[in-house]
Design a protein around this ligand. Sequence first.
Ligand code: CTP
Ligand code: MG
Length: 385
Amino acid sequence: MSTWAVIVAAGRGERAGLGMNKAFWPLDGRSVLSRCLDAFQACGRFDGAALALSESDMAAWTDLERREGPFPLVKAIARGGATRRDSVYSGLRALPEDCEIVAIHDAARPFVTSDVIVATLESAKAYGSGVISTPVVDTIKQVGPDGAVTSLERDSLRAVQTPQSFDYRRILAAHERAQAEDLPVTDDAMLFEHYYKGVRLVGAPGAEANRKLTTKADFEALNGPKPPEVRIGQGYDVHRLVEGRRLILCGVDVPYEKGLDGHSDADVAVHALMDALLGALGEGDIGRHFPDTDPAYKGADSMKLLAVVMEKVRAAGYSVGNADVTIVAQRPKLAGYMDQMKASVAAGLGIHPSRVNVKATTTERLGFEGEGLGISAQAVALLYK
Ligand code: CTP
Ligand code: MG
């Protein structure tokens, strides 16, 4: 006498909308079906299992065996049918003559545990059937064909799941009759009830977690909340230092003998920052948005241009996560202006100063910055939806 499992995975998983049979869906690195097989294997009570699969999933199964197998429990592959009942029947017929107890399980319940499986097996051994069930937490109403609503007494209700274990001969005979009569049933317990009455329901620790994955939302909930959509951008700009101009960096007037040359106020740091923001948006660069041939931008306050860029950021549905600006200048010494620059940039971006960083470096007198010919700036900005 032996104990077997029939695991049905021959559905299409249409309601889950995954574009594939949900049984093959990778759930945290291991498929829904593999997780079911693991639980039945771990239980240590089975001589084997018949797995019902549709023809179109055979390649996926071979692939799964190679990636996540072996699955020594699976001793037979049964061809699934048009309905779940057909698939179970096909699985039952694949079992050996000496089968005494069979546990029937939906591959769509990957959280099944040994406790739950064993509870149904023990009950089937003692009473001919054992169906896992949980108390109902919602108040259930029955709606009649005429729309009349009747309340059902909650304490008397149970929600049933799989596994459902049975005396093999009896459930096989019930399925044979159901095939002949084309009895519409949604689970095997219904069929057993119909022909024999007296189905035994059992509870077990772990039954609450043994939910069926059915809809798109079921899968989304498992994958956790979607990470926020983030985008990164970087910017770089250089301006020449000349006499007779103000030196404006991050919107702050820095006293110095020279200033940066340019069509606008030549705030090289804010220009790099705007390029970072536009880069993150995939919107090109400031030259495209504020051409230096346009007289409107002559002597323009770069902080005002930043406000225009920020409008584009908001219009695209983004907020600034953080920004980091590096100013490369040999002179003047900028250390004393960092806090003021940081506050100015934070105000321009509309975010808390803790999310802004401004730093300055020299180049050990190397290159154009080191020789005092110009100042360059680099910036990165992170946007999120
Ligand atoms: N099943 C089966 N053969 C069928 C239909 C269903 O083996 N012809 C299996 C499914 O693979 C699943 C279980 O029965 O493991 C429960 O069915 P359900 O949750 O309805 O799954 P699907 O039929 O795959 O999904 P949908 O109804 O959304 O298409
Ligand atoms: Mg279905």
